[in-house]
Write a protein that binds this ligand. Structure first.
Ligand SMILES: Cc1cc2nc3c(=O)[nH]c(=O)nc-3n(C[C@H](O)[C@H](O)[C@H](O)COP(=O)(O)OP(=O)(O)OC[C@H]3O[C@@H](n4cnc5c(N)ncnc54)[C@H](O)[C@@H]3O)c2cc1C
Length: 394
């Protein structure tokens, strides 16, 4: 009952196999701010990006399956954040297009997203606007058969490498999404600031960029619901990536503390170290089980179950932060060596609590739902709690 379906176990194994073929490349790719070609080639050869696009456009499943994306990210992130981001962004950047884009636009871009000939990006954030997306100032103005897009998008993953940007802008008094091909005149990319954990990321300036009206994704004013639809599928996959990262950190800690002796004993047997390792293991298993559950719920009813995805994202990313910190601690000075796997994981864990919904924002949303709505629990297909306990799980 609590097992992953066989198909998902096989996907996890396929992703782990891909990750193992590029393991030697991870230390280089994860410090790169441009796409690493060997990683890209390996991802393409694996065919796993098929999971990010609907079957009608070359994808594997009729609809994108959040549990498949989640288990793949778990396996990829354990080895390389660069590889994980390359995989996930193909889905995150193109989901709205698959859900609501015009036929011609979908047919033109989505098969190329699958084959990685086209790199996708989603441009929401602006220099002055992060969590509070309703405050964006990017404008989309309709001029008959043309749309004119103007604004500045900031901290955009894949900026500079992307073939198109799915841009959220204000159209009249509402918000719309528009697909902007990277080559369109008026699109200007500059690099972003160097980050704690380097990332393919940059600033996207849109200076009176003109595209055909058919490049609007969905109806005018449908922008937010399409962004929400994207998050409803992909937010839980960040939790999967966090579980993978935490597991990799714990594996490093176990390897080190069972191999090194101090005071005539294994580090793993000294003082609080067994407690730290055991606590990390328990937290990871808890995060993994809940992440799979939330991903299965997202597969069934994405929007209705977005709060479970938010919970999974907060839990797993916060746990990954604690696990990797303990791992560094039990490895002593060896946990601090720049370029070591554990040092890389330590840096890569940190942004996960900020992007795709900061922990505090998500927790506030959960509290609002808990206290202002009659939140139905996912009983039946749910958590297996006794009836009386189900309210507090919602
Ligand atoms: C590696 C990386 C990749 C990224 N890629 C992309 C991308 O591809 N596309 C894109 O559009 N953006 C991207 N971003 C931007 C990311 O989405 C934002 O960083 C995120 O939305 C948070 O916004 P902010 O950083 O401006 O923080 P702010 O919104 O300024 O928040 C700062 C802090 O305040 C908390 N906070 C804010 N509002 C509330 C509230 N109402 N209640 C409680 N707490 C609150 C937050 O949780 C956070 O801790 C990326 C960021 C990173 C780090």
């Amino acid at each position: 009952m609590f097992e992953l379906p066989k198909a998902h176990v096989e996907l996890f194994q396929a992703a782990r196999e891909l990750a193992s073929t590029v393991e030697d490349r991870a230390a280089i790719a994860d410090e790169s701010v441009v796409i690493d070609q060997p990683m890209l080639d390996a991802l393409r050869a694996s065919g796993l990006v098929e999971l990010c696009v609907p079957a009608a456009y070359g994808g594997r499943h009729e609809r994108v399956d959040p549990l498949s994306v989640t288990v793949v990210r778990e396996a990829l992130m354990a080895t390389s954040a660069h590889l994980d981001s390359l995989f996930a962004m193909q889905g995150i950047g193109s989901y709205a297009l698959g859900a609501a884009g015009g036929k011609e636009l979908r047919e033109r871009w989505l098969p190329r997203v699958v084959s990685l000939e086209a790199i996708a990006a989603l441009a929401l954030t602006e220099p002055e606007v992060g969590s509070d997306l309703r405050a964006i100032t990017t404008r989309i103005d309709s001029h008959g058969e043309r749309l004119v897009v103007s604004g500045h998008k900031s901290f955009i993953t894949n900026a500079g490498a992307a073939s198109f940007y799915t841009v959220l802008g204000k159209e009249a008094d509402a918000y719309s999404l528009v697909l902007v091909p990277a080559e369109t005149p008026g699109v200007q990319i500059t690099s972003g600031p160097p980050l704690l954990a380097p990332h393919v990321l940059g600033e996207v300036r849109l200076d009176d960029v003109e595209v055909p009206a058919s490049y609007r994704v969905g109806q005018p004013g449908e922008g937010f619901s399409l962004v929400l639809a994207t998050l409803a599928i992909f937010r839980v996959s960040v939790a999967g990536a966090a579980v993978g990262l935490a597991q990799a950190a714990l594996d490093e800690a176990v390897r080190h503390t069972t191999g090194r002796r101090q005071f005539g004993a294994r580090l793993a047997d000294l003082g609080p170290i067994p407690h730290l390792l055991g606590t990390s293991w328990a937290e990871i298993e808890m995060a993994r089980a809940f992440t799979y559950k939330a991903a299965a719920l997202a597969a069934a009813e994405p929007l209705e179950n977005l709060h479970w995805s938010s919970m999974a994202k907060v839990n797993a990313t916060e746990i990954a932060g604690r696990v990797v910190d303990r791992a560094v601690q039990v490895m002593g000075r060896f946990g601090l060596i720049a370029g070591s796997k554990i040092e890389r994981l330590y840096r890569e864990a940190r942004p996960m609590r900020i992007y795709e919904g900061g922990s505090e924002v998500l927790v506030s949303q959960l509290a609002r739902k808990l206290t202002r709505e009659k939140t139905p629990s996912p009983s039946g297909r749910g958590l297996g709690l006794p009836r009386g306990a189900q309210r507090s799980a919602g």
